[in-house]
Ligand binder design. Structure first.
Ligand SMILES: Cc1cc2nc3c(=O)[nH]c(=O)nc-3n(C[C@H](O)[C@H](O)[C@H](O)COP(=O)(O)OP(=O)(O)OC[C@H]3O[C@@H](n4cnc5c(N)ncnc54)[C@H](O)[C@@H]3O)c2cc1C
Length: 311
């Protein structure tokens, strides 16, 4: 039983989720013996005049024995050394392709990488992030040290009647692109509903969901799948400004109904800052019904129904 402030909900209303299993045959590479993958292609996903640059990088992993599944990530070790003379630490990147890769050969893995910079507080100098700039500067044919695949929990449920609530900002869309491509391209169907809430700065940065690269949007013809974009910086009057939590709040009744029905899984991916706003939407809904949201969430996490990957 989950404890609420004034009432209880029976255990039958929450359920342990069985996730997809990771193939036993997959080989996992560690930092001291990475696999040298080769860059097949690197293309810009963002449009030319957008403020950020995000690149779609397709890696050749043939001969590695890696069999990743949707929701896993790979680690990349940037070339070079830290100031201490030690090798750079690996950074994780969600795999944006479904298990057969974007070409269906099962020998490639796609990642989407945002080129990051930060400002030195005292000097105002822009400091490039080590791994993201290294990756965004790679050319086709270059080799890159790869570890993993990593991740055993941010995986799709086995039961395809589960309602999926996918919430992303920015490059957090990557694992959901893998989910959607696996479901509609490789598997062919999903019986539960799929709702994707996606927060970005502007339409030019809607990775995989923009005019140039309408990669996920094409599956919205499927009656089970709907996607909603929130734009935080709007440029014309017919666009509405908002963050991902506002889009979620617009559809709160449907989302809450899915949660109350019990057969659901929530996935949250992207920048750390997104979690608070998303949590507030759910906690407000729970409060209105005098339910104890922290207790519910704890139970959902335990069940594998609440999955978060933020960075
Ligand atoms: C599970 C998971 C999945 C992820 N998936 C993705 C993904 O799909 N796509 C993606 O783009 N990212 C993803 N990330 C984030 C990614 O791992 C890196 O953290 C990100 O690319 C930044 O790494 P970096 O090496 O470029 O920056 P770092 O060098 O690690 O630096 C981090 C920040 O600090 C700044 N900085 C660096 N050096 C200094 C300094 N000396 N002084 C002040 N500031 C400094 C950098 O400019 C940067 O903004 C994911 C993270 C996790 C944990």
């Amino acid at each position: 039983m989950i404890g609420f402030k004034n009432r209880k909900i029976s255990a039958s209303q929450t359920m342990q989720i069985k996730k997809y299993s990771i193939p036993e045959s997959t080989l996992v590479y560690k930092p001291n013996s990475p696999f040298m993958a080769r860059v097949i292609s690197t293309t810009e996903l963002t449009e030319a005049d957008s403020c950020d640059e995000v690149r779609n990088i397709i890696l050749d992993v043939s001969g590695s024995g890696i069999h990743y599944i949707e929701g896993q990530s790979v680690g990349i070790i940037p070339r070079g050394e830290r100031e201490t003379g030690k090798p750079h630490k690996a950074r994780l990147y969600s795999i944006a392709s479904a298990r057969t890769g974007d070409d269906g050969s099962s020998t490639t893995a796609t990642i989407c990488v945002k080129r990051v910079f930060s400002k030195d507080k005292s000097t105002g100098v822009r400091i490039p992030g080590v791994a993201s700039n290294y990756l965004c500067d790679l050319n086709p044919g270059d080799s890159v040290a790869l570890i993993g695949p990593n991740g055993r929990r941010f995986l799709l449920p086995d039961d395809d009647s589960t309602d999926l609530i996918l919430i992303a900002v920015g490059t957090g869309i990557a694992p959901f692109r893998a989910f959607i491509r696996h479901i509609f391209l490789e598997k062919g169907f999903w019986n539960g509903r799929i709702r994707l809430f996606y927060g970005i700065k502007n339409a030019m940065e809607a990775l995989f969901l923009n005019n140039k690269n309408d990669d996920i949007g094409q599956y919205m013809t499927q009656e089970t799948f709907e996607a909603f974009r929130a734009l935080s910086r709007v440029h014309n009057e017919d666009e509405e400004k908002g963050y991902v939590q506002h889009k979620l709040a617009e559809h709160k009744q449907e989302v809450w109904d899915m949660i109350c029905a019990g057969n659901f899984a929530v996935y949250i991916c992207g920048l750390k800052g997104m979690e608070k706003g998303v949590d507030e939407v759910f906690s407000t809904l729970a409060e209105q019904q005098e339910l104890d949201w922290p207790a519910m969430k704890t139970e959902f996490i335990k069940n594998g129904q609440w999955n978060t990957e933020v960075y």
